[in-house]
Design a protein around this ligand. Structure first.
Ligand SMILES: [Zn+2]
Length: 672
């Protein structure tokens, strides 16, 4: 219907014949088959840039790499398209054109999924609406954008030729209901909430389900990536034919993929430094990977123009593209700018992740180039004399309660919180049964001996009460509070907040009567542990020196233990404009060893909170052992009123190790 025709043509005064002419004209336009165009041909012919969304207005001109991505969308042999990309490569315009094409050329129901409902609204109003207004062939089939009764709702647009667009936030449970779509575009999928669309499950699966009735559906996924192991776009790209953009060197003509490179790679972005070692971005050049030619930014437009997409895996209907800002022909993505940005962030891990994601379009590996590998930790394990190495002053135990077992770690603490993992034991059994807890108690009562015979008893223990057996843990710990056996629970980290590892606030009087767990600042503890796992021993004048906080492990630990220790990744998230960091466990990985390290550290923090002076204690403990007459010092100086000091020293009988019990795997006792 020609609703935008001048009002008087619709007047009855002009007669039925006038109206009929209008109708026939409109019908003819709709009946005419649209010319068969690929998406890039369509964009070249019809696409217009809007003032709100582009630095320039007028006709759209594609960069050569955009053409290949667009034409995959209209290639009948392609069903799924994945674009792993940086910012500033012109991806949003590709998205816009996909919608425009399937509104104008091949009217279809289109679904656009954005990370949040607000993003979906924003995309609909700031990208799609100007496009519909400014692209003449679309304006014809849109109708009045402003009319009150128009079908142009922000989250649902219905067009005269039967095409439609629905906009959904991946955070909205139920957002996918009642929608069917032939074309579904998932935008910024690495920004989708981890928990999925509430109870309904994974948002991408839900969205794809909405296309199942269309044999000729198209699924388009695009995103800047986030963290390795978590990134959905990377996973999707890995399933694709993995196309990268090859450009010819202007000097030797060899085709190659542009890469950022680094100090250790001969090719990639290079720049000079001043006499103080500061980088000079204006000197940037690119070293050709094949022949070592020097390539300048001015060569880039022609290289990109002559470039081509090449896949590295067989094609199975899934086209994948990787593109980053090094290829971009936008003026703000010139190589000099990219180097300036890198020099700004290279020393700040948080900002470095942003650069790697948003400029290079790559996933971030934890701690950048210094990713901690379990194999490196396993390679530096040690053998020491006795159960308790020299240097240990205080012993703590941590317990992680699982549905079929309790895992326990005994840790010795020395000067400046240098730390030795003395034992890791798994006691199998039902945490609802007393048998299991009796065994845990025997473990906590055990004494550990130094090579010279000095006995050590456990001075504090933290047992996790956060799992399925909270009441049982409470009962166990409550009756052992005088021995500093503490029921603890990890904080629920809101927006990456760093609470102290051991809570500083005193329980209120009202709460005192009720037993409750100690809430541990897990995020802060994990920061400390990750930092300390990176510490390395140094050799000074022929002697090995360990830095404060160094974590020693014995040779009996297997690679799985260390894999658990480094299982979690520090991820940058954004909420309300604030960036923050949280620790997250990639799917399918176990983290008990890390939890044990967290609770051990919490136990030490608890002892310090109640008055332990660790370094002072190290001095007295270091003295040679004389049987009888030592343990008097093993009392924390100023125990608080509500926590009694440790009971009298245990007799050696009471501390007989119970390592031979069935169901127990004590690594230390095997060592001893
Ligand atoms: Zn070359």
């Amino acid at each position: 219907m020609e609703l935008e025709a001048p009002p008087d043509t619709r007047r009855y005064a002009n007669g039925y014949s006038g109206l009929l002419r209008q109708l026939l004209g409109a019908r003819r336009r709709n009946i005419q088959p649209p010319p068969k165009l690929s998406l890039s041909e369509w964009a070249k012919k019809y696409a217009v840039l809007s003032r709100e969304t582009s630095a320039q207005t007028g006709k759209f001109h594609a960069f050569a790499y955009q053409v290949g991505i667009m034409d995959a969308v209209t290639d009948p042999s392609v069903e799924t398209i994945t674009v792993q990309k940086s910012a500033r490569v012109g991806y949003t315009k590709i998205l816009d054109h996909i919608s425009a094409f399937y509104i104008h050329q091949d009217p279809s129901p289109i679904l656009v999924v954005q990370p949040r409902v607000e993003d979906a609204e924003d995309y609909s109003t700031t990208e799609i609406e100007p496009m519909l207004r400014d692209t003449p062939v679309l304006a014809e089939i849109v109708g009045d954008l402003k009319a009150k009764d128009s079908k142009q709702k922000i989250l649902k647009r219905v067009f005269r030729n039967g095409a439609s667009m629905s906009f959904v936030g991946a955070n909205s449970p139920g957002g996918f209901r009642r929608i069917t779509a032939r074309i579904v575009q998932f935008d910024e999928i690495d920004g989708y909430p981890i928990q999925g669309a509430g109870k309904e499950g994974d948002q991408i699966k839900l969205g794809i389900k909405r296309t199942e009735s269309f044999w000729n559906r198209k699924i388009i996924m695009g995103s800047t990536p986030t963290v390795k192991g978590f990134s959905r776009i990377e996973k999707s790209f890995e399933k694709s034919d993995q196309r990268r953009y090859y450009v010819p060197c202007p000097h030797c003509g060899e085709f190659q993929v542009l890469e950022w490179g680094g100090p250790d790679t001969p090719h990639g972005m290079k720049w000079d430094k001043d006499e103080n070692g500061n980088g000079l971005p204006e000197t940037v050049y690119y070293v050709c990977k094949v022949t070592g030619c020097i390539i300048r930014d001015v060569d880039k437009p022609e290289m990109v123009e002559r470039g081509e997409w090449r896949g590295s895996k067989p094609f199975n209907g899934h086209a994948g593209f990787h593109i980053w800002a090094g290829y971009s022909l936008f003026p703000n993505a010139c190589w000099e700018n990219l180097v300036t940005e890198w020099l700004d962030v290279k020393d700040d891990p948080l900002a470095r992740q942003t650069f790697i994601n948003l400029v290079l379009g790559e996933t971030y590996e934890d701690r950048g180039e210094r990713a901690l590998k379990e194999a490196a930790l396993a390679a530096r394990t040690e053998v020491w004399a006795g159960e308790v190495p020299d240097g240990v002053a205080v012993i703590t135990v941590s317990g992680d309660v699982q549905d079929d077992r309790v895992e326990l770690e005994t840790v010795g603490w020395g000067r400046n919180e240098e730390r030795w993992s003395i034992d890791h034991t798994v006691i199998e059994g039902d945490p609802e049964s007393d048998d299991l807890w009796n065994e845990v108690d025997a473990y906590l009562m055990r004494q550990w001996r130094r090579a010279d015979g000095r006995p050590f008893k456990v001075e504090a223990a933290c047992i996790d009460s956060g799992g399925h057996h909270t009441q049982k843990v409470y009962e166990f710990c409550k009756s052992r509070i005088r021995r500093r056996v503490w029921a603890i629970k990890g904080e629920s980290a809101i927006a990456g907040k760093r609470n102290p590892v051991w809570p500083t606030s005193k329980p209120s009087l009202r709460n005192k009567s009720k037993y409750r767990p100690i809430i541990i600042g897990v995020n802060a503890a994990k920061d400390v542990i990750r930092y300390r796992l990176h510490l390395e021993a140094e050799e000074r004048e022929g002697a090995v020196v360990y830095p404060p906080g160094y974590m020693h492990y014995p040779t009996d630990r297997d690679i799985n233990f260390f894999a658990q220790l480094v299982s979690e990744r520090s991820i940058v998230k954004q909420a309300n404009g604030q960036k923050y960091r949280v620790w997250e466990l990639p799917p399918g990985r176990a983290n008990e060893a890390l939890d044990l390290a967290v609770y051990s550290y919490a136990a030490l923090c608890g002892l310090i909170h109640y008055g332990l002076k660790l370094n002072k204690r190290v001095e007295t403990t270091a003295l040679p052992y004389v049987a009888n007459g030592v343990d008097a010092e093993h009392v924390i100086a100023e125990p608080p009123a509500e926590i009694a000091p440790l009971a009298a020293p245990l007799s050696s009988q009471a501390a007989a190790p119970a390592a031979a019990k069935p169901g127990r795997k004590s690594f230390a006792s095997r060592l001893a």
